[in-house]
Design a protein around this ligand. Structure first.
Ligand code: EPU
Length: 363
């Protein structure tokens, strides 16, 4: 089997063993290790791999996948994925690049970022240019294009709070369509692209509505404490970003050092009946109000109470400072991490009667 990059004219076999020449600019590789392309650092192989840095290259790659009748998967930073086996298809790495100020009015900057931009680089760009609103979302791993998929959120701010519109490639019609805030139907770690439109569109850019007069959001307790610790007397988006970076770095493992994909599970949302039962049994359980008379629990607390925090079995583990994060210490397989997550789900269900849902995409 071929291995490595074939960045010139790609030659491939079709039925009846005839050669066919696909004249293309596709940067196509075969039998490629995905270890550098997923923050869990799982060592699996992809049958085909290519990057794309414009929409026509993306289209060409999708046509190739259709012609070959193989699966495809677009990835950004690979920070919300768990590969449990080799990928028998083509991995398309989004490298669409660029950040532009496309409009402004008295109150807002409208900033368009291509889907392949690294999320934290986008945040740093905003801070340098005094565009307010994304500072609480500092240091979240991943890319701009993946951010709306699961409506990323941290420290009291969600992507939907700064979202204006996005452009996505419609795979069936091969056209670019615009999606407004309402069209995206954002929820907690949810969007229409994870549900009804899954597999139908590929996000190519996101336009953000960022403030000229920043409305600082420090209500998330730990931020105020951190700002105090840093000796900050004046609020600024830069100071808040630095506070968030400090908090994240102290609690969450750096994927460059220990493989992980951030929160492995969503915080579960429960109804009033279960809420009443749990609060009567566990007086210290952290509970937050959620829409529609529901309540959100801290999955990290539930997992810690079941004794998993700091647990390690060979190279698969539950992080010692944040139980919501599963880790690969070196050479864990995706299956080992997945099996650990199943044991955690079962024990939380048994102790609390609560179902944990995985936030990470299992491939
Ligand atoms: N907790 C524990 N034990 C733990 C972890 C947490 O008891 O091991 C308790 C904490 O003491 C606190 C509560 O759980 O009372 C909430 O903890 P934390 O503030 O650390 O936040 P989280 O709910 O565990 C969520 C997001 C994170 C985000 C933080 C901060 C989800 C699934 N996770 O975590 O997002 O950074 O809030 O806003 O909503 C991510 O999505 O990858 C991610 C890291």
């Amino acid at each position: 089997m071929l291995s490595g990059s074939l960045s010139f004219i790609f030659v491939y076999f079709v039925e009846h063993n005839c050669f066919k020449y696909l004249l293309t600019t596709m940067n196509l590789s075969q039998n490629i290790s995905l270890k550098p392309f997923n923050t869990f650092g799982i060592s699996v192989y992809a049958r085909f791999f290519s990057t794309f840095s414009n929409v026509s290259a993306l289209n060409e790659l999708l046509e190739f996948a259709a012609k070959e009748n193989i699966n495809w998967l677009t990835i950004g930073g690979g920070s919300n994925l768990l590969f449990t086996k080799d990928y028998d298809g083509i991995i398309l790495k989004n490298e669409l690049d660029g950040i532009d100020l496309v409009n402004e009015d008295d109150d807002y900057y409208f900033v368009k970022a291509a889907a392949g931009v690294v999320w934290h680089n986008f945040v740093l760009h905003c801070i340098e240019n005094s565009y307010g609103g994304v500072e609480n979302l500092s240091l979240i791993p991943g890319s701009v294009g993946a951010a709306p998929l699961q409506n990323i959120g941290a420290y009291g701010v969600e992507l939907k709070d700064v979202f204006f519109e996005l452009e996505a490639f419609n795979i069936a019609t091969k056209t670019i369509e615009k999606f407004s805030l309402n069209d995206c139907a954002f929820g907690y770690r949810e969007s229409v692209f994870k549900r009804e439109l899954k597999g139908k569109y590929i996000i190519v850019s996101v336009t953000f509505k960022l403030t000229k007069q920043p409305a600082f959001n420090t209500k998330y307790g730990a931020i105020e404490q951190e700002l105090e610790k840093m000796g900050c007397t004046e609020l600024s988006i830069k100071n808040i970003s630095n506070a968030v970076i400090n908090i994240r770095s102290s609690k969450l493992p750096n994927p460059k050092e220990i493989g992980n994909a951030g929160s492995f599970f969503k915080n579960p949302v429960i109804d009033g009946e279960l809420y009443a039962k749990l609060i009567s049994q566990y007086s210290t359980i952290p509970i937050y109000p959620a829409p529609n008379n529901k309540y959100k629990l801290a999955a990290g607390w539930l997992i810690e109470q079941c004794g998993w925090k700091g647990y390690r079995k060979q190279d698969a583990g539950c992080h010692s400072k944040q139980a919501l994060v599963l880790v690969n210490y070196a050479n864990a397989s995706g299956k080992e991490i997945y099996d650990l997550s199943s044991e955690i789900v079962a024990s939380v269900q048994q102790k609390f009667g609560v179902d944990l849902e995985r936030e990470v995409n299992i491939i």
